[in-house]
Design a binder for this molecule. Structure first.
Ligand code: GLP
Length: 264
């Protein structure tokens, strides 16, 4: 695990975009696993800028999103389809046919649908780089506490913490989704490289549990400790509850010296 501490949200966003750009430049046909959430916005903004100013080319890349709310159509302004198109996908040159986001509108046959989503990831050759955020309850994707660490893509009921957090995205009185289709923890762990972004004091406890706590289904991000190539990008506020920040800084210095490319 590599824990990279960043001064603030902007520094973290730029670092995340640089990682994605380095991967796309290295492999044009990159299979990217994407996440939604306010934390990812700065990264997407920077990637769009790199596309426009530095000719960063996504024309051969393929994307798979982690999750989507059950009951929201793609054109619903709170859907993850809408979020992705508005903030990233429609602003770069990824062909629409290369984009995969779980369908929140299916009414039945979830098992079959989710198996098809997994099969599409497999057919694409697996995810090369998976981007993640983290929920206050430690979730990745929508793998809420007590998600099996081996779980696959499936419908999942949202936790009370997540529902409370989501309230800020919905108008008062507006009906909020209570479930989502999400890649499973087992699905996520199969990505070749994983980068998790965490910003702000509200995430500090979840970040500390994910990185330094025991591996437990109660904090799904803690399962990332099992992954051979995971990088946590954490800003100062989100790093506040970590016990080993001095050590992470020394590792950053050493990594910069020994494998300069690794820190992008
Ligand atoms: C949702 C998404 C997660 C994301 C989380 C964090 O729950 N399903 O993938 O990590 O939001 O959101 P934010 O970055 O807005 O705190």
């Amino acid at each position: 695990m590599l824990v990279l501490l960043h001064r603030d949200y902007d520094a973290l966003s730029t670092a995340a975009a640089r990682i994605v750009a380095a991967f796309v430049r290295r492999k044009a046909s990159l299979v990217l696993g994407l996440a939604t959430g306010s934390t990812t916005l700065g990264m997407y903004r920077e990637l769009v800028r790199m596309h426009l100013d530095d000719a960063l080319d996504f024309s051969k890349a393929m994307t798979f999103n982690l999750d989507e709310y059950i009951g929201l159509a793609p054109e619903h302004p709170r859907s993850f389809h809408y979020f992705m198109q508005r903030n990233f996908l429609s602003r770069v040159n990824i062909p629409q046919a290369h984009i995969h986001i779980p369908d929140g509108t299916i009414r039945n046959g979830y098992e079959e649908y989710c198996a098809t989503y997994e099969a599409a990831i497999h057919a694409a050759g697996g995810i090369d780089l998976q981007i993640l955020g983290i929920g206050r309850d430690g979730h990745i994707g929508f793998n809420e506490p007590a998600s099996s660490l081996g779980s696959r893509t499936r419908p999942k009921t949202l936790s009370r913490t997540t529902l409370d957090d989501n309230r800020r995205d919905f108008s008062p009185g507006e009906e909020m989704p209570t479930a989502a289709i999400t890649m499973g923890i087992g699905t996520i762990l199969e990505a070749r490289h994983i980068v998790l972004l965490a910003s702000g004091a509200a995430k500090a406890k979840a970040v500390a549990k994910a990185i330094e706590g025991p591996i437990t289904a109660s904090v799904s991000a803690s399962a990332l400790q099992l992954h051979p190539d995971v990088t946590f990008l954490v800003d100062e506020e989100a790093a506040k509850e970590l016990a080993q920040t001095d050590y992470y800084r020394r590792v950053m210095d050493m990594t910069a010296k020994l494998t300069p490319g690794k820190l992008w």
